[in-house]
Design a protein around this ligand. Sequence first.
Ligand code: HEM
Length: 592
Amino acid sequence: MWSVSLCIAATVVVSITHWLYRWWNPKCNGNLPPGSMGWPLLGETIQFFAPNSTWDTPPFVKERMKRYGSIFRTSLVGRPVIVSTDSDLNNMIFQQEGQLFQSCLCIAATVVVSITHWLYRWWNPKCNGNLPPGSMGWPLLGETIQFFAPNSTWDTPPFVKERMKRYGSIFRTSLVGRPVIVSTDSDLNNMIFQQEGQLFQSWYPDSFTEVFGRQNVGSLHGYMYKYLKNMVLYLFGPESLKKMLNEVETVATRNLDKWAGQESVELKDVTANMIFDLTAKKLISYDPEKSSENLRENFVAFIQGLISFPLDIPGTAYHKCLQGRKKAMTMLTNMLDERRANPRKVKSDFFDYVLEELDRGDTILTEAIALDLMFVLLFASFETTSLAITVAVRLLTENPQALQKLTEEHENILRNRENKESGLTWKEYKSMSYTFQLINETVRLANIVPGVFRKALKDIKIKDYTIPAGWAVMVCPPAVHLNPNNYKDPLEFNPSRWERMEQKGASKYFMAFGGGMRFCVGTDFTKVQMAVFLHCLVTKYRWQTVRGGEIIIGSCCVEKFGNNTKFLNSNYAEDDFSQEHVKLDAIQAPRC
Ligand code: HEM
């Protein structure tokens, strides 16, 4: 009690002392005129009002003029006052009457008008025509939070679905600080893909560019872009894939064997590792078992970071993602330097190819561009294909008829093989018609890339609307793939529907791998990996899903799709398999 009182008393004393100090030494951003502030509170009020019987300047002022000069300070009726006996200052005071106040008022009014105008423009953006309907959400934030909200269905993301109902197939919104037109219209989507470089240009939000590198293939245009695309096609085109087929089969068999020996595996994780290792081996001859550092580890926090709010602050998913990129890029740079120092006689991987190019005097390739490309390819290959395989396995688990048809196709291949000892041939691969239907149906339902971004290069008129130049445009493939007008019972897994449809490339109704000039360069690589994996799986193994969970799908990019699966080799009795209680594990697949 005593100590509390002491504390209060001390606080009071300190406060009063401070107040007194401030009374006698008022704050001033400069040199305060000399003078005295008199007694606390009272100031020099009594002296000021003292009567005077002369015609002369009042003694109060005269004395202080003598002491302090023509301008001095004092305190009257509780207010600090500057007394001026100086003709220049007096003149200025009269001339500047109201000026300062007016200036402040003017600034405040300008600020208010500017903010109001900015808010008005935010909600009513300029457009030389009819802007698509929609809402721009909160100032700056837009509708970003609603866009990123997770979703637990296979269906079109609720963010898009709700707005399609309210505004129609083309609507406007604002995401991560940018005005965006969202297109769920197959005609506009097709036009966007076909008009690449003319009316639209590949564009991705800054957060993506930071993560994938400013010179990544998606952000490059014109000659440089074509040059890089050819480079990738050289690596993952049909000729290279033919040579790679047996290696893909060996890798799949080896991994399936390993998983069958384990209690259970998280399918998305193990397939991602398998594909990452294969791609890294092809691109840079990376062998995780021989390397002292783990390259794959740097890509772990990636998807979470990509779909998070782009805040680069320690602790955020985005920050972790950027850190991962930094480390991976350092590793790739070191590996390239090492290869430069110890060139190989037989050129066999992407590093060899890049070094050869860099040594040529007239190349347009730079080391930075080559490293950004390497990074994008590593990421694009394992995240997308592993998810497609996981979804395919899950869909097969849920659809025994499709599994049976697939198994028959692959057992037929083995039955008709002349040399029983040989591995898969390119001809056999090409004959897997039901498998290709199944792959198309899987990627149609999975919508692994749920948003493809572009920028309008000029004002574009489409269906009574105008897309203003400079605006971002987001093509939304799920809205096309899951539209009942385009696919009968769109949420049903029915690979056979592709018997009657074009299966190669893209169309107005199928854009899982994009379309037009920027159609995915990894499509054939993905199909080879999926088909070969499914071949090995259904001809040699049975599996059961051992842990249940729910699907969580967000609005931007696929995050995680777990499927905890137990693999059993082929002598596992069919009867037992049919009695399996199939339970699915936590499956997460956020989308753009
Ligand atoms: C299921 C697997 C995959 C899906 C669903 C997929 C989807 C897509 C889509 C939709 C695009 C178009 C993006 C745009 O237009 O802006 C694209 C582009 C691209 N993909 Fe894939 N992809 C897959 C696998 C792969 C693989 C395995 C690789 C690497 C080997 C890869 C490398 C790329 C690259 C480099 C681009 C950029 C092409 C460009 O800008 O011209 N993708 N992918």
